[in-house]
Design a protein around this ligand. Structure first.
Ligand SMILES: NC(=O)c1ccc[n+]([C@@H]2O[C@H](COP(=O)([O-])OP(=O)(O)OC[C@H]3O[C@@H](n4cnc5c(N)ncnc54)[C@H](OP(=O)(O)O)[C@@H]3O)[C@@H](O)[C@H]2O)c1
Length: 332
């Protein structure tokens, strides 16, 4: 194992704005705190929340690193004496509240998972943020069950590609929306039963037709805005709508009668601000229910493109462009 240096490369946002505000800087290698492991990072996934943080709209929660990045994969190179889950050399993937775009990162051992055999660091580095988000929102909050129908907006996003595969693996039917014919084809290739190009088709009508007028049982939404009343329209009786972002705005005028008459549940959550024990509880669910699917290849991360850490601005520009399908990842 290579010796641990005193300093490392890391990416921060100097001010807020476009990809040009991202700067590669030198920082001290962090020391593991209570229950933490030190990971030599080999890959870090890029997520839309990183872009929103760079633009100034999603500051790190109190106590979190200002180094960007919410997920990583790498090798354990050290640990606090009270952290004994992973030996030195173990291949792990982990969720962090910041700090993944760096050569080394510390993470609580309970927020890390073993990388299933057969997955590369680059693949594993794109798993935690989207799998934790989809698991807790679609399955824990939304309670999606076998035989039910999931409607997922942004079907080719990191979140969407994960939601399609996991929902199918657990026996649900999936309708995905996306903004181009190519993106719709990608959703179908991933297993969606129906893909709706929202630019030229009304997703509410498409959902009603696909479900014989019943509607979707669970809706995972990152769009908000006018989608909020339309999601209520597209939902089935006792439907659950789970809000994970508001790309088109969080303020709308809404007639709540539909919520009452259809007995809808409209909920939501954010992952980053949750406590280490809360994230650990999500990790446990993933370890028992989802890692076997990844190990068997029944779910697989969809990698759009890979960039070297030095090219982080190019990687963010790719996400800003919105043409990506699946995940963009940094190699370290
Ligand atoms: N709450 C949480 O805990 C949590 C955690 C992680 C991520 N998120 C959120 O989940 C979303 C997806 O994250 P990601 O990293 O997977 O991002 P991403 O890959 O960049 O995906 C964003 C998606 O949004 C779609 N989109 C953008 N503007 C839209 C609009 N006006 N109408 C409809 N669709 C639109 C795009 O698809 P089209 O090109 O098809 O429009 C794209 O697929 C982000 O908003 C992120 O902030 C929330």
């Amino acid at each position: 194992m290579e010796p641990i240096p005193g300093t490392m490369r890391a990416v921060i946002a100097e001010g807020s704005g476009g990809p040009e505000v991202l700067k590669l800087v030198e920082r001290p290698v962090p020391h593991p705190g209570e229950g933490e492991i030190l990971v030599r990072v080999k890959a870090a996934g890029i997520n839309r929340p990183d872009v929103i943080q760079r633009q100034g709209g999603y500051p790190p929660p109190p106590g979190a690193s200002d180094i960007l990045g919410l997920e990583l994969a790498g090798e354990v190179v050290g640990s606090d004496p009270n952290a004994n889950r992973f030996p030195a050399g173990a291949r792990v993937m982990a969720l962090v509240a910041g700090g993944a775009y760096a050569d080394y990162a510390v993470v609580h051992e309970s927020n890390a998972l073993p990388i299933p055999d057969g997955l590369s660091f680059e693949e594993a580095g794109t798993i935690p943020e989207t799998y934790f988000t989809v698991w807790t929102n679609v399955f824990e909050r939304g309670g999606l069950k076998e035989g039910e129908t999931l409607l997922v907006h942004g079907g080719t996003s990191g979140i969407g590609t994960t939601a399609i595969q996991l929902a199918k693996a657990f026996g649900a039917k999936v309708i995905a929306t996306a903004g181009s014919p190519e993106k719709c084809e990608a959703c179908l290739r991933l297993g969606a039963d129906l893909a709706v190009n929202y630019r030229n088709e009304d997703f509410v009508a498409a959902v009603k037709e696909f479900t014989n007028g019943q509607g979707a049982d669970v809706i995972l939404d990152m769009v908000g805005g006018d989608y909020i009343p339309r999601n209520h329209e597209a939902a089935a009786l006792d439907g659950r709508i789970v809000q994970i972002a508001f790309l088109k705005g969080a303020k709308v005028e809404l007639d709540f009668r539909r919520l009452m008459l259809k007995r809808l549940t409209h909920t939501g959550s954010t992952l980053r601000s949750r406590s280490v024990p809360e994230k650990a509880a999500i990790a446990q669910g993933i370890e028992t229910r989802v890692l076997p699917l990844l190990a068997e290849g029944r779910c697989k991360p969809v990698i759009d493109s890979t960039f070297a850490l030095e090219d982080v601005a190019k990687a963010h520009a790719r996400m800003d462009g919105g043409e990506h399908i699946g995940k963009i990842v940094l190699r370290l």
